[in-house]
Design a protein around this ligand. Structure first.
Ligand SMILES: *Cc1c(COP(=O)(O)O)cnc(C)c1O
Length: 383
């Protein structure tokens, strides 16, 4: 084994139940883009399918994969759909996101007519991320056009928040006000047609009850990872999140070296004493951020050991001088628990100038994932 990811599907299911309970009566959509934040799209979706009201993906092929895995709930594609993929999105009974007045409207309408069924659509309004979304002025008019179009079924209207990890964020409340103002002319018809209004991702769903609206779209918290340290500090009493992912590898060798030895590329680290240096068989190509070199830690035999020197493409070094039990073959935990110690994705992110989101989203799909579901461990194919 070069490296292995162990995914506790029971933990993910427990997180979904707790989050869904917290936000009720708002509905719960699990965001499973980026290979379910590195946890593996299909096994995760199958584990939580019965628990969620909807799933959000970024791309059409993800929606198609979900249907192939037997997922039957509503699916929303958050990202752009290539014109050549519109028919696949429609076949997958996925809803597309609309953020411009006429973008693809005619192509999508043609696909709907050919398929003999309306195209589900959610309209997106930009209230401050300045990414995708209709400008608030005029959004009602564009949305009304979709409401009256026989080729579309408007299922939702949504926005995305820029700073919801910050407590008492005025920006977040201003975004909500803008969203409400943009939709005010359509309030009656949206209610009558049961169009879901949604805005909150994980942080807002946990921190801002006013933003839960009709539906929340929770990604990172589904996997038991806090969106930010502030969110955790503010809300760890209100909800428990169980990390689901453990990332392990083994020491290839342990080298006994004298003081003053140079370790790795660039000679950035020299042993200060007679040392035992362990070599890991994974590096930045396998998802350890290069910026974690000299800063992050791993767990070996229940103890912390620092990563030293530069991370190589397929290897990395740890100083195991203070871990006498470490030997070639020892299990090394990069994320997860070992004995009383635990490292989570945000800890590793912090030591690499990034966030837990990036750490898990970049875990290569090729790393074998082992799935724990209650008693049984299922080895899933990751092709
Ligand atoms: C990724 C994403 C989410 C989920 O965000 P989390 O912070 O992971 O909960 C929600 N909505 C949109 C539009 C997204 O792109």
């Amino acid at each position: 084994m070069i490296a292995e990811l162990e995914i506790d599907l029971g933990a993910i299911r427990a997180n979904v139940r707790r989050l869904a309970e917290l936000v009720r009566p708002a509905r719960f959509a699990a965001v499973v883009k980026a290979n379910a934040y590195g946890h593996g799209l299909e096994p995760v979706a199958q584990a939580i399918g019965p628990e969620v009201d909807a799933m959000c993906v970024y791309r059409t092929d993800e929606a198609t994969a979900l249907r192939g895995a037997g997922i039957t709930c509503p699916i929303l594609i958050l990202g752009p759909i290539e014109p050549c993929d519109l028919a696949f999105a429609h076949q997958a009974r996925a809803a597309m996101t609309m953020w411009s007045r006429n973008g693809f409207r005619r192509d999508a309408a043609a696909v709907a007519r050919r398929g003999g069924r309306r195209f589900d659509v959610h309209a997106k309004i930009d209230t401050g991320v300045t990414r995708l979304g209709l400008e608030p002025d005029g959004a009602a008019e564009a949305i009304a056009a979709y409401l009256s179009d026989p080729d579309f079924d408007l299922r939702g209207v949504y926005t995305h928040l820029a700073a919801a990890e910050e407590l008492e964020s005025e920006f977040t409340l201003a975004q909500l006000a803008t969203f409400r103002r943009a939709l005010a002319p359509l309030d009656g018809v949206l209610r009558e047609r049961r169009v879901a209004r949604h805005a909150a991702a994980s942080a807002a769903a946990i921190l801002f009850p006013a933003l839960r609206l009709d539906l929340v779209r929770a990604g990172i918290a589904t996997y038991g990872i806090w969106p930010s340290p502030q969110t955790r500090a503010a809300a760890s009493e209100a909800i428990e999140l169980e990390p689901a992912l453990t990332w392990r590898t083994n020491l290839v060798v342990v080298r006994e070296v004298e003081a003053g030895r140079s370790i790795g590329y660039g000679c950035t680290f020299h042993t200060a004493r007679r040392s035992r240096i362990g070599v890991l068989p994974i590096g930045y190509a396998e998802g350890i951020p290069r910026s974690a070199g000299g800063r992050a830690e791993v767990l070996i035999a229940g103890k912390r050991a620092p990563i030293v020197g530069r991370i190589c493409m397929n290897m990395a070094f740890v100083d195991v001088t203070d871990v006498p039990l470490a030997h070639a073959g020892s299990s090394v935990t990069l994320i997860g628990a070992d004995g009383d110690e635990r490292i989570d994705a945000n800890d590793l992110g912090e030591h690499a100038d990034t966030i837990g989101y990036e750490i898990v989203a970049r875990l290569p799909a090729e790393i074998p994932r082992r799935y724990l579901a209650r008693e049984a461990a299922i080895v899933a194919r990751t092709s």
